[in-house]
Design a binder for this molecule. Sequence first.
Ligand code: BGC
Length: 749
Amino acid sequence: MKLRRKISLISAAVALCCGSVGAQTGETAAPAATPWMNAQLGAEERARLAVAAMTFDEKLKLVYGYFGADMESKKSTRPAPSHKQSAGFIYGVPRLGIPHLWETDAGVGVASQAGPDARPGTALPSGLNTAATWDLQTAYAGGAMIGAEARAYGFNVLLAGGVNLMREPRNGRNFEYAGEDPLLAGKIVGAQIKGIQSNRVVSTLKHFALNDQETGRTTLNVRIDDRSARMSDLLALQIANEDGNPGSVMCSYNRVNGAYSCENSYLLNEVLKKDWGFKGWVMSDWGAVHSTVPAANAGLDQQSGMPFDQADYFGPPLKEAVLNGWVPQARLDDMVRRILYAMFAHGVVDHPVAPAPQTIDFKAHAAVSRKDAQEGMVLLKNSAGALPLKPSAKRIAVIGGYADRGVLAGGGSSLVYPAGGNAAPELAPKTWPGPVMVYPSSPLKAIQARMPSATVVYNDGSDRAAAAKLARDSDVVLVFATQWTGEGFDMPNLSLPDQQDELISTVVAANANTVVVLETGGPVTMPWLPKVSAVLEAWYPGSDGGEAIAGVLFGEVNPSGHLPATFPASESQLPRPVLDGYPEVADRRFDVDYSEGAAVGYKWFDLKGLKPLFPFGHGLSYTEFAFSDLAASVKGGVLRASFTVKNAGKVAGKQVAQLYVSPLKVRWEAPKRLAGFQKVELQPGAGVQSSVTVDPRLLAVYDSASKTWKVAKGDYKLTLASSAADEQSISTVVHLEAAVYDVTGKLTR
Ligand code: BGC
């Protein structure tokens, strides 16, 4: 028998036998007719054809994920074809041309773990930094860069795309996310996902949903009404999903209104798949599955990271459940079809990753990271032109924050290991969610390089008296203050740890020309603020952070970041002055009531008339800008605001025009919402006309009963501002007719 004929007989047998419960075929021979490999067909059709060719056991394999590292505590070893020290692995179906899934964390780059197998990667600055750029191109470029590294290392799934809303400024994972506003966060993360997937690598959207604190994350139950959820946390996820079109969504650890997110039919089947039309697959977070039948029927498509869960829920128990009809065969097929759909749609099948790591241009990637960092650093305060630093300064003191060695990174699963190794390996904790990582990009060296004839002296800040003495003897003092945050824990409060507030107060008492550079996971309080001359929020600035900071301090780059989250004046201003469940007690179950509803961040502050330390949207520049000519038009129900931005100062710079909208009569969850934004770059003296189109959902109130967004007829004030509390803002009033939009924001009548 000729070979080709033999193969086609096998494939005919495959076609006859497969797709039903219990069907088995050999794993070795490839069928001649593999219509799902025809790239001319649509991804849905290809997925349907491939599912029809799969055996029951092949289907079960595809919905079961492994952890990609050995786990001593569970006596488990990673599957042989997985990549060492990786987040996850799922067996594909090689006989049908379906590749394995190799998964890696996360949002700032290709994460790794300690040890000889650590994979060097380029770290972007923190997610909050990228959100602070208010620049979708920067977010896209960062995504494209880390997606390229993922592919180069042989991964076809990057578990990036974190967009949990910052309801809780003490949340240890805020640095992985994009702040407190659903529009800004959704747009930024959507752009990042698009960038990642431009490499034919699937990106995830996570953590679905309302996983807004780490304390008790696996046991807490969030209570929130549907309308508020749709207008806050879910809206951020919805926008990121629309803009980014991720192949996968990761359900979270916590419970929402009583049900675990990974077995929450309302969230998964109703909101995500039905209302938003999500066609990809839902994977669980690592250890977030609690059942077989409820989870599968509630919409979970793939169990991840075994042995993280208590049991093999999507292993033999799922087989048994399908054989007994407790989970319909059609549901298993749907799970598999969704995974395959995403693999086809995002090029994972047609463009398989290379078996061996590819060369990475780390220099070029560092430049991408640096640009992101510099675009997102926020100049919070700058009195008497303290910054940029003057070349005339002769004696510069650099104090604290390991600034002689490098810049801080956030901890947990998203941690990227740098090529040069940890610059501060002695710091604790050394194990998960550590190590406390300091990337070897020294601000001190970068500063020294820019002032070859000045004396630049470093003091580590451990001895306050010595630091003060150095400060007294210097023309200018740069204090670097750090706050290490990470996955699995929250901050007890918003204060800088390790008595750094005392250090800064002591130093500024010795020399008023003190500039504070913050490397923090999120907002912190600043008791010394009135005394210091300048504050630069540098977040976690990524692989090239030292250079990035120095470039901004010296004015090579004009800062243009704006806060993606409110900096409270104290914890007492928060909806929950004390963090629920803190300190964590293992296995304790508790409710977190999001009774503030959709009034998150600045919305809460506006509603309660509170004055924050720094408002949402705030960010200074080395130049001055002016807004004018704000005009609004409504055509076909679409609101558009046009305006002029001018650079009224002496140096080139970028301004973020923020459009806020407030109803004059109707009551919303808060007095105003961010409705649009635009970052513009301007030479000194130049002006530009710009405009933003407003997503109707930001003018509406969600109606849960009809699943529509309803805009009430009436007058609305539009304010163009450079922060949520900008006193130089300009405004106009626009009249809107009543309108109803469907659940995805499309006009219905
Ligand atoms: C995190 C996820 C991560 C996963 C895999 C979990 O602990 O919550 O964000 O993708 O681990 O490492």
